[in-house]
Design a protein around this ligand. Structure first.
Ligand SMILES: NC(=O)c1ccc[n+]([C@@H]2O[C@H](COP(=O)([O-])OP(=O)(O)OC[C@H]3O[C@@H](n4cnc5c(N)ncnc54)[C@H](O)[C@@H]3O)[C@@H](O)[C@H]2O)c1
Length: 265
């Protein structure tokens, strides 16, 4: 096994200039902000989303930032989505340096009544699709002997969900916890190839995901030790850190970005 290179502390450890970063769910919310953050930091961004109109808006933002970028309009759960994402990365920059599995959906259905279709869709999008996309990028990263995957978990998943007050969110939290667990296993499997796999676990972010229960979400602001809800911008620094050589020795971890809402070891 070849030795992991030691980071060069005389350069900018956080440099992501020219890195090819694929971000799913980049049409709005957290994913769009991550795409803009990486673009502003000099990365080449492949923005992926189900919604082509939203993706066009994201593309305009990336163009304004002067970034090389491409879009892929697809359901991440589509059979050919993983291959299309890898292809777009190869076309844009000839490699895949970072994959951000960010696309996800929420559910509040009571665990006593959730229908099979809703449960299946939750598992398809929030669990199976990230795994299938990782499966497509891992061989590329293995060949490069370089790569960072960042899966989007959730701070709600490390404890029983506060949303369970209304009897929902159980399946969402369990599926996100599963992705965080998968992150650890995949990190172990890919470590010898110098491919790292980590997760970020955001606290509550006021995005369109919460449009139907925004008041309920914002109720939690008063419990956040750092004094406000998480905003999408809070996730950019951690993501750039995990994509860069500054985190070269970090793998299999879930980093909570939640203002102290839930404090875990
Ligand atoms: N907002 C929060 O409070 C919060 C907290 C913790 C974790 N998260 C996670 O962060 C991620 C982003 O959340 P957000 O709040 O920005 O959500 P959002 O609903 O505002 O945006 C999600 C984006 O993903 C896209 N998308 C949804 N399903 C897709 C599919 N099947 N294929 C391709 N694209 C799809 C949507 O079109 C949208 O552009 C999700 O994984 C979510 O579970 C969010």
């Amino acid at each position: 096994m070849s030795r992991l290179p030691v980071p060069n502390i005389n350069g900018n450890l956080f440099d992501v200039t020219g890195k090819v970063v694929a971000i799913t769910g980049a049409g709005q919310g957290i994913g769009r902000t991550l795409a803009e953050g990486f673009a502003s930091a000099g990365a080449k961004v492949v923005a992926v989303d189900l919604n082509g109109d939203l993706l066009d808006e994201t593309k305009a933002i990336l163009d304004k930032a002067g970034a090389d970028s491409a879009t892929v309009t697809t359901d991440v759960a589509a059979e050919n989505a993983p291959d299309r994402i890898v292809e777009a990365c190869m076309d844009l920059g000839g490699r895949v340096d970072c994959l951000m599995n960010n696309a996800g959906i929420m559910s509040y259905t009571d665990p006593r009544t959730i229908a099979d279709e809703e449960l299946d869709r939750m598992i398809e999008i929030n669990f199976k699709a990230p795994i299938r996309i990782m499966r497509a990028v891992f061989p590329v990263m293995e060949q490069q002997r370089y790569g960072s995957v960042i899966n989007t978990g959730s701070s709600w998943s490390s404890r029983a969900s506060v949303f369970n007050q209304s009897g929902g969110g159980v399946d969402y939290c369990a599926v996100k916890a599963g992705l965080q667990s998968y992150t650890r296993g995949a990190a172990q499997a890919m470590a010898e190839h110098h491919v790292r796999v980590n997760a970020i676990a955001p606290g509550g972010v006021d995005t369109p995901m919460h449009a139907h229960h925004r008041d309920f979400l914002m109720e939690y602001e008063k419990y956040i030790p750092l004094g406000r809800m998480t905003v999408a911008e809070d996730l950019v620094g951690t993501s750039i850190y995990l994509a860069s050589d500054a985190s070269a020795y970090i793998t299999g971890q879930t980093i909570h970005v939640n203002g102290g809402m839930i404090m875990v070891d």
